[in-house]
Design a protein around this ligand. Sequence first.
Ligand code: SF4
Length: 373
Amino acid sequence: MDVLEKALNGERLSHAEIVSLYHLPLGDVAAVAHELRLRRSDPHTVTFLIDRNINYTNVCNVACNFCAFYRTRKQSDAYTLDYEHISQKIRELEAVGGTRILMQGGVNPELPFEYYTGLLRHIKANHPTIRIEAFSPEEILGFEKFFGMDADEILDRLIEAGLDGLPGAGGEILEDDVRAKAAPARIRTFDWLRILDIAQKKGLYTISTMVIGFGETLEQRASHLIKIRDQQDKALHDYQNGFAGFAMWTLQTENTRLAGKAPGATAYEYLQNLAVSRIALDNQPNIQASWPAQGFKVAQTALFYGANDVGSTMLEENVVSAAGGHSRHNATVRELIRIIDDAGFQPAQRNSFFQVIKPIDAKAFLTAQTSPA
Ligand code: SF4
């Protein structure tokens, strides 16, 4: 039986078999990925989330070579947002029917722990319907160092203050030699998995991620996927709370120290890796297409390479866009609905857990949105 047949039969692929997928004709791999997507999630529907990224501070002491967003505290454009400024951003999200914020910063050694707990309490008190998914594993690792508590205690205190989930940012390639070259001080594989495991144990929302284009080998990409798959097995078995979904995008190096040094990845490689991910991750039903890094057209194409979701509106996104992501920082609901409808799927607004909140009548919505007032 060949590897694609094996995948179609629902059998789990080994590391060598996952690597072999990269050497097969992309059309064949995509066809199997799409078939598995149709089986593992609603075949008629493609979902999206209305949310907003809030980057509460750009001060960061990790200094990743691929990051154009961070500043040192002495730079003139270094900032930390106060609670009211963050509230104003959330009010704008509420006005367009948004349901969650994805709040991440740099790893800022200047802020006291009370800034974070106070911020969570402020948001819950003033915006009770908004879910707060905040503080990537890198930030939690920073809190461990700054505040002398372990992740277990930190997360208990953040949950008590209102935290609903942890973004899975910083997964990139979970192979330490790749990580060390791209960002010497970056969180290592062990800690990324350790912190997300604790979060999953505590019932927090989490998501898994992958970024390609550092110059990693195909073997390293397959190893990354297996680490995500193993963690998902463990979390589902031990805590009944695995990753809600998987998001993958390509490295953006513009304005960064990796410009001209890391190869990045083409649209072909992106679609190939997405299809391989869908096949390899047999325990994750929800796989996102990425429009901020790939643009809307490639994201739409991704709906036939394994994706069943187009991610979120990201009313504000500063990190990928600072490093040359898609030039449109604001994806409107209309644009996401248009690409889903145009690809032949039913668009639906979802919550963080990929559950449909509201199916959208695309024709009515698009007609209303394009007619003169
Ligand atoms: S990617 Fe995150 S951790 Fe790395 S320098 Fe940028 S803000 Fe800091």
